[in-house]
Design a protein around this ligand. Sequence first.
Ligand SMILES: [Zn+2]
Length: 293
Amino acid sequence: MTTYLAIDLGGTKLAAALVKDGIVSARQQLDTQSEKSPEVLRQNLISLLASFHNQADQVVVASTGIIQDGLLTALNPLNLGGLDHFPLKAEIEAITGLPTRVINDAQAAAWAEHQATGGQYSNMAFITVSTGVGAGLVIDGQLQIGARGIAGHAGHTLADPHGPVCGCGRRGCVEAIASGTAIGQQGCAVFGTGCTGRDVYQRYLAGDEAAKQIVTRSATVIAQLIADLTITNDLDAVVIGGGVGLATNYLELVEEALFTLPAVYQPKLLPAKCSTDAGLIGAALWAQSCRQR
Ligand SMILES: [Zn+2]
């Protein structure tokens, strides 16, 4: 059985663990909130991966953004800071001396959630509502990656043609209205500068009417995205994750909006099971399934 050194490179964290047959051990994590520079990431990778020397057969990475020709990119480069075009695959191969595969973190999480349900939903989507809005699709039991690694980036589908311009350059994307960042930006217009998505959410839970409108708009946009993905791909189930997606009462708001639509637009809606390890587990299980094919 192959032992994978799985790495999760997110917007605010860098985690690594050994994963064997979907079981995580020796997990370590660095907080990378403060600075997004290539040199800091290189040093963080070196220090984080040192303790895993000679313990794994292969490396697999679940990364924010898209990997094209081994370079880290993103539809929304603002999410990457100074890490746009970081040679992620080559750097990790140089540090570990091991063959390395990289996939998008939402795609990895989609595969982890698909496997966590025992593969019972052969057509499903995973949507994470977090700093951004990420998604991954499993169709006919296969994780969709795409020739350029972009498959499933449903956070950049259209929610409102008159909405704000998204970091990807298109106006009115789901991410530009529904993400935690967007919730914070809408909060700033009402509650003053410096307002975060978390602040707005706490005000919503405390009964503030303006905060409720912002959070409900986010949930309604996600419900419409679920409907679009369901009708396009004949989905059985949609799994919702992320800091906003799993926040108190958010899933209920999504359900409420979804229930106003005809039944054909309503898949089974489930909260994510794999929590913070979804990227690590999903990436390793995906690499394992690639080997078996
Ligand atoms: Zn966009």
